[in-house]
Design a protein around this ligand. Structure first.
Ligand code: NA7
Length: 533
């Protein structure tokens, strides 16, 4: 049996839940299909020890309901995964969203029916649905990936991926644990579990520039202030280039005396979160002088915190300067390596040759382990969309359409895929944008577009190929002149994605205010660059 709706949403995370709320408000019938056994998306899957926000809790929360803002209180400046998951359930229950969410429903394919001008969806279990509109709320870091070392499946102990963490807590007591990866996820895990393990071996390929998170409980006085200023916080996020609460000094760092610059780095280091990354100087992302100086500032901190100088040098990134990748937020991460029970294996010196039934083999021999943790990231941005067989007009697959890199208009539509929208697909500013802030504005734009179509009697919207090419080119241009463009070994460029995607800049780096302005402009011009029929 095929169920019929006005709109189908794929994914019940932050963006899927908000889409459902807005679609209902518009009076549309909608159904969310979610692969997980529960709602929450990223915050459902990534339940590993130490998982928490890298955005301040109050800048990440939804802004759309005053009641919600009044009723919910965050306990910490950077709340942990269990609290975030509770929040999303609180939202879903408050707005009675769960009755329209189909859980355990992994979408296998979505096909456009040219004659009926509708989309047909099928899940891996054979559930079928049809709708005029499809909203892909599949997330940008959802398609987790394992490294392609031989023998990954042969390990006889416990294998865990950070993005598929079990619901029952893992007991590390007395266990020999190996973790592959040293990105933001690995940093959170390593600093959390090290005290529990009998021994923890960290297999690091690339060190990262970690900055202190400085998480702490929100005091009752702070709580009051945060509630009073909730909308000011959201407005600030709309104004800043990176969509966060951190505002850089408007001066170029190179115009400021060196002593003053160093004092600012220290103050930002003490403030925590992304302050040093996003709140530095206006030229931080362009000036190699400033980036290298911050890198040297942080390298000195690492040298001061790690007792063994050889080990400290291994933890100092050598392949990229500060700011060209997201910086992991840490608490005692560097001190963790002073522990007797923690070892670092530098994979640049001693590469992994294979995973064996008993552990991890490098060119130096085998390390026997009870547990292997893969904190090896994702097929970023395009991964989850391409796991679904999406076929548009005349049966053209998204895979074919993107065989030479993703092409989108504004990140929300793809030519030849009418009435299909993506929220956090390629070419949105999520590189820096605080996710919920960008989710809310993208969903509001999509809903505004559907409302406009209904008011004007249009049944179909699709981007023109010209507008798609222009936006795609604009995204590539947006990275030019930024230091991130020189460091292509990151998820911004799909470094672990398959051929065809890897190497293309997957995001928009023109800044959140510019992105919002362009969206508003396109809508004000009757959806310029889109064909309505
Ligand atoms: P990331 O940032 O993509 O990090 C993945 C890590 O896994 C990184 O250290 C990689 O090293 C490492 N990796 C990937 N493949 C391998 C192989 N084959 N061998 C060894 N090491 C490997 O993902 P995260 O989950 O940490 O963070 C994602 C986002 O979540 C982050 O930006 C925050 O926004 C929150 P590499 O650097 O490629 O050498």
């Amino acid at each position: 049996m095929t169920q019929e709706f006005d709109a189908i949403v794929i994914g019940a995370g932050v963006s899927g839940l908000y889409s459902l709320y807005r679609l209902r408000e518009l009076g549309l019938s909608a159904r969310v299909f979610e692969a997980g056994t529960d709602i929450g998306g990223t915050w459902y899957w990534n339940r590993y020890p130490g998982a928490r926000f890298d955005s301040e809790s109050y800048s990440y929360q939804y802004s759309f309901s005053q009641e919600l803002l009044d009723e919910w209180e965050w306990s910490e400046h950077f709340s942990a995964q269990p609290e975030i998951e509770r929040y999303l359930h609180f939202v879903a229950d408050k707005f009675d969203l769960k009755r329209d969410v189909q859980l355990n429903a992994r979408v296998a394919n979505v096909k456009y029916d040219d004659a009926a001008k509708c989309w047909d969806l099928e899940t891996t279990d054979g559930l079928r649905a049809r709708a005029r509109f499809v909203i892909c709320a599949t997330g940008l870091l959802s398609a987790h990936q394992f490294p392609d070392y031989p023998g990954v499946d042969s390990f006889k102990g416990v294998s865990l991926h950070s993005a598929r963490w079990p619901k029952t807590p893992v007991d590390f007591t007395g266990k020999r644990v190996g973790i592959i990866g040293s990105g933001p996820t690995a940093v959170q895990i390593i600093q959390s579990i090290a005290p529990e393990c009998a021994h923890l071996t960290v297999f690091q390929r690339t060190a990262n520039w970690c900055t202190p998170l400085r998480n702490r409980p929100i005091t009752p006085d702070e709580q009051q202030e945060l509630k009073k200023n909730a909308h000011e916080i959201f407005d600030l996020c709309k104004r800043t280039w990176a969509g966060f609460i951190h505002e850089p000094d408007p001066r170029a760092g190179v115009d400021v005396p060196k002593a003053e610059r160093l004092a600012r780095y220290q103050a930002l280091y003490e403030r925590g979160g992304f302050s040093l990354w996003l709140g530095n100087y206006s030229d931080s992302f362009m000036s190699r002088i400033i980036a290298d100086e911050v890198a040297e500032f942080l390298a000195d901190k690492i040298r001061a915190r790690v007792k063994d100088p050889v080990l400290a040098e291994k933890l100092i990134p050598k392949s990229h300067t500060f700011g060209t990748k997201r910086c992991p937020g840490e608490k005692n991460y560097y001190e963790t390596f002073n522990r007797e029970n923690v070892t670092l294996v530098d994979l640049r010196e001693t590469p992994i040759t294979k995973i064996t039934p008993t552990g991890i083999e490098t060119v130096n021999g085998t390390q026997d382990l009870d547990i292997i943790i893969y904190a090896t990231g994702f097929h970023s941005v395009t991964g989850e969309l391409l796991r679904i067989d999406i076929r548009g007009e005349q049966g053209t697959s998204l895979q074919q359409h993107w065989s030479d890199g993703p092409k989108t208009n504004l990140g929300v539509q793809f030519a030849g895929f009418p009435n299909l929208f993506a929220i956090m697909g390629p070419h949105n500013p999520a590189l820096f944008c605080n996710i919920t802030r960008c989710v809310e504005s993208n969903v509001d734009w999509i809903i505004g577009c559907i409302r406009y179509m209904r008011e004007h009697g249009f049944k179909s919207i699709k981007t023109t190929t010209e507008a798609e090419n222009a936006w795609t080119e604009r995204c590539y241009e947006s990275a030019k002149g930024l230091l991130i463009d020189e460091m292509r070994d990151s998820w911004f460029f799909g470094s672990t994605n398959p051929d065809g995607i890897r190497g293309h800049f997957l995001l928009f780096a023109g800044g959140v205010p510019e992105y919002r302005r362009i969206f508003a402009d396109v809508a004000a011009k009757g959806y310029e660059g889109f064909e309505l029929s």
